[in-house]
Design a binder for this molecule. Structure first.
Ligand code: KG4
Ligand code: ZN
Length: 339
């Protein structure tokens, strides 16, 4: 079955053709980083406009690279949420238009769940698996019973890990999106130099809390009364230690909770998804802590892309059938725990 996957939840426009949920025939992604960089973050209105401009070109490229025509597509899968409302509406309506005009079955999928499907595309994963989602907008632990079936067991109570990386990176004077740049800066630093603390999560052992850590980083870099863009109170050399210490405390927490949860829920493996899964320090911390097999997405599937939407759409279609293009709405705040 040939599935066209369409992604536009934030600042990446993606079209991909995937066969039977696993074989990627093409995966075209257009990133808007340069457009938003000057503003220090994503400007929703600009993101929507760029999606509108670029979708036809991206679709043509995806079809050409896969060497198929629109007529050969068996299913169109689109990210219905969560994400920016304007950006979602562009992808959703593009997908609906294609589906209705060509008479192609159509399915809307949850973008966050699709991030986990990315790591399952290449290899057979032993279930139940513990899913760890570490993206710009989400941080969560889920039990994955099969390719489409997820049960939420914990999530962040405030900021997501990717968002925290980006905000701390801004304090360190790094350009948006700062996550990968913070990782680079931390390379030369001492992770034990600054004793930082991770936030408490009350009686929810598998939840996360990063907002206190973010504030602690602000005080460390800018002083007690400082603001994100104010002058630094630490040297350039100390910034490396600050970045390494930040990664150390955040990733120790994530690795500990994922390992404990996998044990408690009898999981046979761990699956990781989302932009922060590109971070090599996270990979090392989790591999060292947890003895189970760990499945990471290929590099080009870590960030937002259409291939993971096509793959997840295939499994959702097998489980639940199609969506009605006249009925399906964009769902900017759809919960991760949605069945
Ligand atoms: O999954 P994603 O593409 O978007 C969402 O669905 O949210 O993730 C983007 C996030 C950004 O916050 C970015 O800074 C972060 O992933 N990221 C990283 C790294 N590469 C991307 N964070 C830490 N280390 C990295 N190497
Ligand atoms: Zn994403």
């Amino acid at each position: 079955m040939l599935v066209l996957g369409i992604e536009s939840t934030c600042d990446e426009t993606g079209c991909a053709i995937v066969e039977d949920g696993r074989k990627i025939l093409s995966n075209i992604v257009s990133s808007q980083t340069e457009l938003h960089e000057v503003y220090g973050g994503v400007v929703p209105e600009l993101a929507s406009r760029r999606h509108i401009e670029i979708f036809p070109t991206i679709l043509k490229q995806a079809l050409a690279e896969a060497d198929v025509t629109l007529k050969q597509i068996d299913l169109i899968a689109v990210a219905k949420g969560p994400g920016l409302i304007g950006a979602l509406l562009v992808g959703l309506n593009f997908a609906k238009g294609l589906a209705l005009s060509q008479g192609i079955p159509f399915v809307g999928v949850n973008h966050v769940k699709a991030h986990l499907t990315a790591a399952m595309m290449e290899k057979e994963v032993p279930f139940p698996a513990l899913g760890l989602i570490v993206s710009g907008g989400h941080t969560a632990l889920v039990v994955v019973k099969s390719e489409g079936e997820f049960e939420l067991i914990g999530q962040t109570q405030n900021d997501a890990i990717g968002e925290t990386f980006d905000k701390v990176a801004t304090m360190l004077g790094l350009k948006y999106p700062g996550g990968p740049k913070l990782e680079l800066l931390a390379k030369g630093g001492n992770p034990l130099r600054f004793p930082l603390k991770i936030g408490r999560t009350g009686d929810r052992p598998y939840d996360f809390s990063f907002s206190g850590l973010k504030t602690a980083m602000l005080y460390l870099i800018k002083g007690q009364n400082g603001s994100s863009h104010g002058p630094d109170v630490i040297s350039e050399e100390e910034k490396k230690d600050a970045a390494a210490s930040f990664q150390h405390v955040a990733f120790t927490d994530i690795a500990n909770k994922a390992t404990l949860a996998a044990k408690e829920f009898g999981c046979k493996s761990i699956i990781v998804g989302g932009g922060v899964s590109r971070n090599l320090t996270l990979r090392i911390y989790l591999e060292e802590k947890c003895q189970l097999p760990i499945f990471w997405p290929q590099d080009e599937l870590c960030l937002d892309n259409g291939a993971m939407i096509a793959s997840h759409g295939y499994f959702e279609y097998k489980r639940k059938g199609t969506s009605d293009p006249f009925d399906l709405e964009a769902l900017p705040r759809i919960p991760i725990g949605e069945k």
